[in-house]
Design a protein around this ligand. Structure first.
Ligand code: GDP
Length: 327
């Protein structure tokens, strides 16, 4: 454990890998060790950037190019993935090992695919804890990648300082296809593939989204001009430096105005409540409680007991059990 801890703090990627495997484990003894490890971590901060986009928009190509830009500036970059498809089926859209080959060979980069066959709530916790481990290991920027399906975007946004939506060039009518909720959480909309034949369409897409973003309510925590749409090309590298400058500007502005820390504090509170809810739900899965839920459910169905009464009884049982567990 000490060796793992020291390796982690020294920025050793193998130690980081092992530590993430530990926080991914659901075995109670592993869980206890993971909690102890997490509690002992120093308070290092990295910039956490959430990145979302549907399959094929160029996320891995973008991360590879953007990651190289950052490591080229002497920054250490970690890439984590939240892949809802792997949570459902065990197969993953984001996980395959051939992605980001150049970046994965860079000594200043660390890439970790999404764990498979873990439900999304579990992936959320594991990713949050992995973020903390990467911070402790001295990484400067943490990219948290996800695909544009399901609730994974909201989940990633809740653990990021900046949220980026990556899009491909497309006709104006496809703008409808991006859910409003995602537009509302995006700090930057980057239209990738702004190169070659696609350049004119990419420019038009940027203009479309810039227009759509202006129609959204201005966020009180952001400077003029944000959220913003910009063209990039992961192939040519065009626009990547400008996108990075804009991220820096936005983050500095939020820090100066006290919003950065407030958002992190709110996120911490959010995750505390999420863990609490998950813990309470897990209690309902205890065999004795399940049997009681089944029994009272039958009574409710038969009209012998009201739903409210039945729920109160179960909550009463849980409180009793909690009282016993507490001493
Ligand atoms: P992901 O599924 O979002 O990770 O997307 P990929 O990075 O695998 O890219 C999907 C396809 O788009 C691949 O064929 C890439 O070669 C291509 N692509 C990615 N970035 C660019 C770019 O900047 N310009 C062009 N023209 N194609 C790109």
């Amino acid at each position: 454990m000490d060796e793992l801890f020291e390796g982690l703090l020294a920025g050793n990627r193998r130690a980081l890998s092992r530590a993430i495997t530990l926080v991914e484990s659901t075995r109670p003894d592993h869980r206890a060790r993971a909690q102890a490890l997490l509690a002992a971590l120093p308070d290092r901060q990295a910039l956490r950037i959430g990145l979302s986009g549907t399959p094929g928009v160029g996320k891995s190509t973008f991360i590879e190019a953007f990651g190289k830009l950052l490591t080229g500036q002497g920054l250490k970059v970690a890439v984590l993935a939240v892949d809802p498809s792997s949570a459902r089926s065990g197969g993953s859209i984001l996980g395959d090992k051939t992605r980001m080959e150049t970046l994965s060979r860079d000594p200043n980069a660390f890439i970790r695919p999404s764990p498979s066959r873990t439900e999304l709530g579990g992936v959320a916790r594991r990713t949050r804890e992995a973020v903390r481990l990467c911070e402790a290991a001295g990484f400067d920027v943490i990219l948290i990648e996800t695909v544009g399906v399901g609730q994974s975007e909201t989940l990633v946004a809740e653990m990021s300082d900046l949220f980026i939506l990556l899009l491909a060039p497309a006709g104006g009518d496809e703008l409808q296809g991006v859910k409003r909720g995602i537009m509302e959480i995006a700090d930057l909309v980057l239209v990738n593939k702004a190169d070659g034949d696609l350049l004119p369409t990419a420019r038009r897409t940027v203009a479309d989204y810039a227009g759509a973003l202006r129609l959204l309510r201005k966020r009180p925590n952001d400077p003029e001009g944000f959220p913003k749409a910009l063209p990039v090309s992961a192939y040519t590298g065009e626009g990547l430096a400008l996108a990075w400058e804009n991220m820096g500007y936005l983050v500095d502005w939020r820090r100066e105005h006290g919003h950065f820390d407030t958002v992190r504090a709110d996120q911490a509170r959010h995750w505390f409540l999420a863990e609490l809810r998950a813990g309470l739900l897990a209690q309902l899965e205890a065999p004795a409680i399940r049997r009681e839920v089944q029994r009272l459910g039958d009574a409710v169905a038969a009209g012998d007991l009201s739903p409210g009464d039945a729920a109160s009884r179960i909550l009463g049982h849980l409180a009793e059990r909690g009282g016993q567990a507490g001493g």
